[in-house]
Write a protein that binds this ligand. Structure first.
Ligand code: 5GP
Length: 207
């Protein structure tokens, strides 16, 4: 049985990174897709762990080679998801989390309608602004751009299967984990295991 492809989106500063880290610590059989980006590496980030950091020319070459299942320009930089990583993880039977923006989410939804979409909603614009400002990772201009983009991004929640309001990390992590576990229990995802069990229920065994 193939694993589930789980899309997680939120506006920048919505806290999806923190929630995903927490979920990866407590859930098993789940991988994380490390995206490619042309954005500058931030202090504390690692190449290959947070992103594969590449130049625009390298990114264009990857597009040419059809290495991406989706890519998009987000807040002035390019970001893309590797097809290989996704396929490898799903083939192992593991779920895979794609932490991508709302445009990427839409592309994946079109290509893989069976994917599961989860939107992480900040509790308010003010909280989002505070989180982004406190994080202090962006220039003044880029922070303003991210906040401006958040106004349309939050309205995209309607296209997702689930919404987690991220007002409290521990509860929101529980919510996220519950969704991932419940998705694995859907009837249609358990057909192989169930047919094996059904085969053991046989009138001829009853004396
Ligand atoms: P950041 O620069 O803060 O790491 O990410 C900016 C935005 O790009 C976030 O919304 C993040 O989810 C999104 N993003 C990260 N990787 C990808 C990707 O591979 N594809 C798309 N479409 N968006 C991505």
């Amino acid at each position: 049985m193939k694993g589930n492809l789980i899309i997680i989106s939120s506006p920048s500063g919505g806290g999806k990174g923190t929630l995903i880290k927490e979920v990866l610590k407590i859930a098993s059989n789940i991988g994380y897709s490390v995206s490619f980006t042309t954005r500058q590496m931030r202090a504390g980030e690692d190449n290959g762990r947070d992103y594969f950091f590449v130049s625009r020319a390298e990114f264009s070459a990857l597009i040419e080679k059809n290495e991406f299942i989706e890519y998009a320009e987000v807040h002035g930089n390019l970001y893309g998801t590797s097809i290989n990583q996704v396929q490898k993880e799903l083939a192992k039977g593991n779920d895979i989390i794609l932490e991508i923006d709302v445009q990427g989410a839409e592309s994946i939804r079109r290509k893989m309608p069976e994917s599961v979409g989860i939107f992480i909603m900040p509790p308010s614009f003010e909280v989002l602004r505070q989180r982004l400002t406190r994080r202090a990772t962006e220039t003044h201009e880029n922070l303003a751009l991210r906040l401006r983009n958040s106004v349309s991004e939050v309205r995209e929640f309607e296209r997702f299967d689930y919404v987690v309001i991220n007002d409290e990390v521990a509860r929101a992590t529980d919510d996220l984990k519950s969704i991932i576990l419940a998705e694995r229990l859907k009837r249609v995802r358990q057909t192989d295991a169930i047919s094996y069990i059904l085969n053991s229920f046989d009138n001829s065994k009853i004396t």
